[in-house]
Design a protein around this ligand. Structure first.
Ligand SMILES: C[S@@+](CC[C@H](N)C(=O)[O-])C[C@H]1O[C@@H](n2cnc3c(N)ncnc32)[C@H](O)[C@@H]1O
Length: 233
């Protein structure tokens, strides 16, 4: 949990928030973890609500808020079945690749569908992911898993429910996250469009933080991708 206790927005998160949201807006910090982004959002004047599936994370975030003399609602909840009304939010932040921790493609679709439901018309979802095609130190391992997956499928060995990209990151559980499913950004772009969102911004964290303009070539950057998806007005 300590990994997510570090406080503060990344410069790229701050830039996206300032560009697409206005202080005073009603924002859901989805997968809020220990409050890294929830607290600065509140401090910046947003009406923020924190939701996380893990009770210990919510407790930690509450403690953090108390220590900062802040008071805002926080609850245990699942991104795939949000405890919120339809059309009630100006924005949703699902930071630090949290969507990749939701099991299966069907789970990710449910989460995006729920985000669409609870946003007001014109509201925006900001989230980040890794990329299957990123050139980084994990690329050889990803390619190897892909090869094994294809090979097993060819031999009819793949389990019916197995999906490409489901990986056990740390079987020894020395870190919190040991399940993650990394998609291609192309898949997220397609899903967002299918669900009715418009993708109003897409770029990599590194490019945002070095002032570079958006490009689909960011798919191949080794860094995280930012998506800003708007519900139709
Ligand atoms: C990588 S951590 C990021 C935490 C925090 N947003 C941050 O940036 O420091 C992802 C968070 O998503 C939460 N999470 C995973 N699946 C979730 C789900 N289905 N619904 C809500 N939260 C979820 C995890 O419990 C975890 O706190």
């Amino acid at each position: 949990m300590s990994k997510y206790s570090t406080v503060g927005l990344w410069p790229s998160e701050r830039e996206m928030i300032q560009r697409f949201w206005h202080p005073g807006g009603r924002i859901l910090d989805l997968g809020c973890g220990a409050g890294r982004t929830t607290v600065p959002l509140r401090q910046a004047g947003y009406q923020v609500v924190g939701v996380d599936i893990a009770q210990p994370m919510v407790s930690q975030a509450k403690l953090f808020a108390e220590n900062m003399d802040l008071d805002f609602p926080m609850a245990v909840g699942d991104a795939t079945d949000l405890p919120l009304d339809t059309n009630c939010l100006d924005g949703i932040l699902f930071s630090y690749n949290g969507i990749e921790l939701i099991p299966k493609q069907s789970g990710k679709i449910s989460a995006l569908r729920e985000a669409y439901r609870v946003l007001k018309p014109g509201g925006t979802l900001i989230f980040t992911t890794h990329a299957f095609e990123a050139f980084n130190k994990y690329a050889p391992a990803r390619l190897q898993r892909y090869g094994i997956h294809v090979f097993n499928r060819m031999l009819g060995r793949a389990k019916e429910d197995a999906e490409l990209g489901e990986v056990i990151v740390d079987p020894k559980r020395t870190v919190e996250v040991y399940y993650m499913q990394i998609n291609s950004p192309r898949r997220y772009r397609k899903l967002l469009t299918q669900l009715g969102f418009s993708l109003v911004y897409y770029n990599s964290r590194k490019r945002i933080e070095s002032g570079k303009s958006p490009t689909r070539l960011a798919d191949f950057d080794g860094d995280f991708k930012f998506y800003v998806a708007q519900k139709e007005t």
